[in-house]
Design a protein around this ligand. Sequence first.
Ligand SMILES: [Zn+2]
Ligand SMILES: [Zn+2]
Length: 161
Amino acid sequence: MRVKVSDLAIGEVFYVDFEEEVTIPSNFMLSDEKSLLKVQAKLTKFTDFVMLEATVSTNINGNCDRCLKPTGTGLNFSVFEKFIEEENDEDEVWLYNGRVVELNEPLAVNTFLHIPMSLICNDNCLGLCHKCGTDLNTGECKCDETGDNQFSDILRGFFPE
Ligand SMILES: [Zn+2]
Ligand SMILES: [Zn+2]
């Protein structure tokens, strides 16, 4: 999304709601790099800069950390960004050409920052058996039994009857 701000007077506020598919910076969790963002944006023009305040909602796709099945989650977050015309030593600002503000990259970066560290398909997901890989949500495996037997065999070695 590009918003023309050159016609705005100082102190003028511009509201725009839009949907935009943006490319999210690559991340190991994402099976798909594009995300459709629903954005409600408010741009305010000041003498030396343009301020963006926005709320964003989107869905991201990935794989469950426990069972590895594809899953997804909704994200809702706020964005505050400042756009300036000339580079200075201020951190965390975006440059714009004085006429048009480009919103996609700042929105993509903000989306990336809100992706949760871990994704699970549901709170009760039992995950995969770490020995045989069976999905414990859909079936049981014999690993626990065998494990127990091996363990008691070892114990028996330490404490002969
Ligand atoms: Zn799962
Ligand atoms: Zn198993």
